[in-house]
Structure formats: C-alpha cells, structure tokens
Design a protein around this ligand. Sequence first.
Ligand code: BLA
Length: 525
Amino acid sequence: MQPTVDLTNCDREPIQWPGYIQSHGYLLALDPTTLTIWQASENCQELTGIPTEALIGQPLHTLTLHHVPGQELVDLLTVALRQDDPAAFNPYRLKLKNQHWYVVIHLHDDALILELEPPADAVNITDADAPLLSKALPVQVLLAQTMTDIQRSSSLADLLEKTAHKVKELTGYDRVMIYRFGDDWHGEVVAEARESFLEPFLHMHYPASDIPRQARELYKVNLVRIIVDTYKPRVPIYPVQYADRGRPLDLTHAGLRAVSPIHIEYLQNMGVRSSMSLSLIYRGELWGLISCHHYATARLVDYPTRASVKLISQLLSTALEIRKDDEDEAFAQTLHQREQHIHQQMLADWDVAQGLTRHPLTALGLNTATGGALLFENQLIRLGQAPEEADIYSLIEWLKTTSPDVVFQTDQLPNLFTPAERYRALASGVLMIVLSREMNEYLLWFKPEQKQTQYWGGNPEKPVVRDEAGSERLSPRKSFDKWEQLVRNRSDPWRQVEVATALKLRENILQLVTQKANQIRALNE
Ligand code: BLA
C-alpha cells in the first residue's frame, strides 16, 4: 500500500514508484531473461487491441503492436541486451502508426523497462504556432557551441544567462529559468529566458518545501524530467505489483514516470501546461535546476532533443566546478585586499576609529553587511543601516553576557534576543568581534532580515482569481506564506571567509593598539 500524501508529508511521497505513467507513451516491464511481460501501462490496449490484463505473463513475441509483430521488438532487444549498457544506445526506433516512435530501454529494479514515445509532432498537434519540434543537434556541434559559451562567458551569471537562452532556443519552451538552491534549500531564479508576454521571475525566491527532499534526491540520479501535459490524466501500470515485490515498479529512470499529483496541482495553479527540468550538480550535490515552462499548449520535447539539453546541463555542471571555485576565490581575494587596505588606513592615521570609519572604504566593505557599529574609546560610531544607539548599547550588553568568545555570529538575532525583533529589518544577522572586554570595545556588523531583501515568486498582494472548483492551496501565493514564516527574523548567513576576515582585522587592530600603548609608554619614560 502506498501511503496517502497530503501537504504535511510531501517529503514522504514515494515519487520514484508512483504506479502510473504519463499518457503520451506506453510502458512495458519485462523479465530481462525470458522477455515475458510482467507489467504494462493500461493504455497498451490501444496498441495491442487486447485488454492489458491479457498481456501479463505473455512472451513479448506473441504480441502485435498496431500491426507490428512483437518479434520486431524482440529482435531489437536481443541486439540491445548484448551491449554492456543497453541504455547507452537509446533511443531505438520503431515504425508504429506510420510514424517513427522512439523505443527507450533500461534495466532497473531487476526488470527490463521498455518505453515507447511518440515523435514530437504526434503530440504537439495543439501547438499550431510552434513548428519547432525536434531540434536535437549533432553532438559535435552542441559540444563546440557549449564549450565556446563556457570559455567566452565573463562570469558565472553570464554563463547561466547564455545557457538559459540556448535551452530555450533548442526546446521552444515559453520560459527557461536557472534555479539555484541556497544552503537551506530554498531557491532563487538566477537567470531567465522568456517570451516577452510573460512577467519575469528573475530573482524570485521560493521555499525549500516547493521541491521536497526526495525529489531533490531523485534529481541527483535522473538528470532530466519532463511533464508533457498537466491536464491529461495519468495512466495506471497493471498490475500494481509484480514478482512479489510488495510495491510498484521503480520508475527512477523512466522518462514516462507520472509526477506527483501534488506537484501537478502546483503547476496548474501557476498556469503551467508543460514543464521540463534538468539537474545541475556541483560536487555531487544538487546545485540547481534548469526549469522550463510552457503555458497555453502542451509540449513534448522528444528524446533526442532532451538528450541534447541534458548534455548542455552536464557541461554546465562541469563548468560550475571551475567557475564557482573561481568566484569564491575572487570574493575571498577582494575581502583580503580590502582588509589590507583598511589596515594601511589605520596605520596611516595612527588611529583605529578613523581608519575604520572615516574613509570611502569603511569596515562595512569587509563583508556583505549593510550596517555596522564601532564602540571604541567610549565613542559609538554607526555605519550604514544600523539600529539606534540605545539599541546597540543594549545589544552589546546582552552579547557580553551571552558569548565568552572573541567573535560572535548569528543569522537569527531576534530569535535569540527578543528586543531585536523591533529592528529585525536592519539587523536580523549580527557579526561581532571583541576588541577589549576591559575597555568595553566592540565592532559589529548587521545584515537585514531576508524578507526585506528578497522577492517572492508571485505577488502576495495580487488577488487570486480562481473558479470555485480550482484549488489555491498549492499556489506560489500559499508557498509565500510558508516562506515568510521561514525567513522571519533571519538574515542571509555569514560566510566563513567573512568571519575569518573579521578575525584578521581584529588581530591587526589589537596589534596597532599594543604598538600605540608601547609608544606612549616609551614617551612617558
Ligand atoms: C517538484 N517543484 C518540483 C520541481 C520544481 C518545483 C521545479 C521539479 C519538477 C519539474 O520539473 O517541474 C518547484 N517550479 C518550482 C518552483 C518554480 C517552478 C519553485 O517553476 C518557480 C518558478 N510542492 C509544493 C509543496 C509540495 C510539493 C507544498 O509546493 C509538497 C507538499 C511537492 N514538488 C513536489 C513534489 C515534486 C515537486 C512531490 C516532485 C515531482 C516529481 O518529480 O514527481
């Protein structure tokens, strides 16, 4: 029995064995040695003319698939199964209903899974305005173009933007987004190519629960997923179980896998008719997705085109390994240079407070904070967007009793120190270094609450227009409520290199203070 799924247990929905496929293709699960049919999607009856139940237990060669003798499939499989990895040669082709269908096979879960997919033009019949059907490119061309993009991009952002446009050009979707996960698995649209009639989603943020954990796990293994029509009912696989397995067939690698009904509802509420998503992997973890939407009509991107786009996403994943390290390195380098610059300012002025706060480059340049405060020699100096003086004094009093260390950081101050709720817009995140406990000297940086800095994907002010039957429980608007709760009282996290830079600054300040004290002592002697 499959557990029932509702909004509270999304991350437990067994999406890899849904027991259903999407209706644009046909699926057979076979015994890989005898080629007897174990399971079949119920729409196979359209192909064979006999009830699906009657197929079960039959050897494949006894079938007739729309005038094509099953023996043709048996011959094809016999050749395929001699390869080390039969899936490496997908797709195979079969002439059915006067068209060349794609035969996609793979071995998984001890079964030989055979999927029949129509050519794209058989499905995109509603898509009169979209003549583009299969745009699979020869691998050499694709490789050359993508490598050029990777080499010629001035930055990661530029490369992501180029990739979004390339994928849109190849697949013809209305909207192609690059969706990047944060450390907490919430996501942001970081690049986008879209038709001009669509409102932009660029820089919109979505909560982690929109793409639950088991979906992210699955997407690390299966790199491309397509949903052809959110309005077509899915088709059951018969029988539900086979070979005493106690659960439905594992469709982890099946292109026809029916996706979660909860996700279908979400897409319908967004007005999406067809979608595709591809995984971007960085160091074995899901870094993001290339996510595509088509709105007014259903869209099937055929197997060869999906393979082309998959290659692009894999090359992009490889480029991420290099680019991302580069960008982290560049950020660390910038902070290092600024820290040295500030050190020079303090030495030149022979004055800590002046060197930190009175030049165009202040202590605020040493991380991504938007506000700061220096309490030094009984003077409080505020920088950028900082809370009121009295609030800073009481915060410092609290920090003194809370943290025994020379550095303190949090990205959720109001959850630890309730008076900070009043100024959470300015300071949900705090990084503090102790200069001297005895002299009551501290340097603090503040980051605003995330909510103030980020855009949500869909305007919560906008009235929702929906017919009476239409559900709104899964719309982006609802997911905003959830996201809002999650990010309340929270800032972006402090990066390790930001904390390290603050500690280096602290060392320099202490050194300067000691030198100064020694000099004054020497003068007095
Ligand atoms: C899957 N959710 C997904 C996927 C995306 C999103 C991209 C991958 C599947 C696909 O290719 O469409 C989310 N899609 C988005 C977001 C944008 C977008 C954020 O276009 C922004 C522009 N979803 C929920 C809730 C649940 C949920 C509350 O919002 C659970 C209760 C579930 N989402 C859910 C599940 C999947 C999913 C189960 C996996 C679908 C599958 O592969 O079977």
